[in-house]
Design a binder for this molecule. Structure first.
Ligand code: SAM
Length: 254
């Protein structure tokens, strides 16, 4: 499932939202220099934002289709899973991961980040948690219950909770690595207006959806489309970008 995103990398790059400028600026400001390693860089959505903020970015991603698209947009990428990637002695001021750290082993990943970060370097892993207006969320929950009854239904409750669980796992991994100061959580709230078409374009980019039987995906999109039509054809999604971050201690790892 972790490598399903590249099945339609162009759609992914078009449809997925970026990250708030305030997050990018805060990570860059809290890092001791401009060299950034973007773990699970995908098509380069976060990488390009860090480049625009003056950083020098290297991406690592196991999916060659995502990596190719990132390269076309000017991001240098090495194709590998982070846990087994060979840093070849290179060191970075920041290690970031946008929507990707849950695909990486949180303990091995934090240890690998510690290995490549300079003392004082910053690990920052972050996710865009989304929350539609209450009544639309309930309508989406109904559609998912009907079309995908066998899968967990995030729409049925506060979606941020699912992301906070991932944050908890990331923080535990960082503590276990034993090479970082205490992990902090940073949150940034923002809103984005979606038309029916814009949201329906994004839905198939969710992890694993591209592997759904086509008729099921069609039913899902039809149900979601009807729910959006019922509220006037567009809606405002509230996003909370939540980051777990810690600074590399100035100690040498054994
Ligand atoms: C949801 S995408 C996020 C892409 C990009 N960071 C963004 O913000 O849009 C997750 C990415 O993590 C990559 N990935 C999966 N397992 C990984 C691993 N073990 N190490 C590094 N990247 C991984 C996938 O190939 C995919 O490109």
């Amino acid at each position: 499932m972790a490598e399903s995103f590249g099945a339609d990398a162009e759609r992914y790059d078009r449809a997925r939202p970026g990250y708030p400028a305030a997050l990018v600026e805060r990570i860059a400001a809290a890092s001791p220099g401009p060299s950034v390693l973007d773990v699970g860089c995908g098509t380069g959505i976060a990488a390009r934002q860090f480049q625009a903020a003056g950083c020098r970015v290297l991406g690592v991603d196991p999916d060659v289709r995502m990596a190719d698209l990132a390269r076309q947009s000017g991001v240098e990428v090495e194709v590998a899973a982070f846990e087994t990637w060979d840093p070849a002695g290179r060191a970075f001021d920041a290690v970031i991961a946008g929507q990707a750290w849950h695909w990486v082993d949180p303990v091995a990943g934090a240890a690998k980040a510690a290995q490549v970060l300079r003392p004082g370097g910053r690990l920052a892993v972050f996710w865009n948690a989304f929350q539609p207006p209450l009544s639309l969320g309930e309508a989406f929950a109904g559609v998912y219950r009907q079309v995908m009854p066998d899968l967990p239904n995030v729409w049925a409750g506060p979606i941020l909770d699912a992301y906070l669980m991932m944050c908890g796992k990331a923080a535990d991994g960082i503590r276990q690595a034993g090479a970082f100061g205490g992990p902090e959580q940073w949150r940034f709230g923002w809103d984005r207006l979606y038309t029916r078409g814009e949201w329906l374009e994004q839905v198939p980019t969710f992890g694993g959806y591209i592997q759904l039987p086509p008729a099921r995906l069609e039913d899902l999109l039809a149900g979601i489309g009807t729910a959006i039509d019922a509220v006037g054809g567009s809606f405002t999604m509230h996003y909370t970008t939540v980051a777990v971050t810690a600074a590399r201690l100035g100690l040498r790892l054994p």
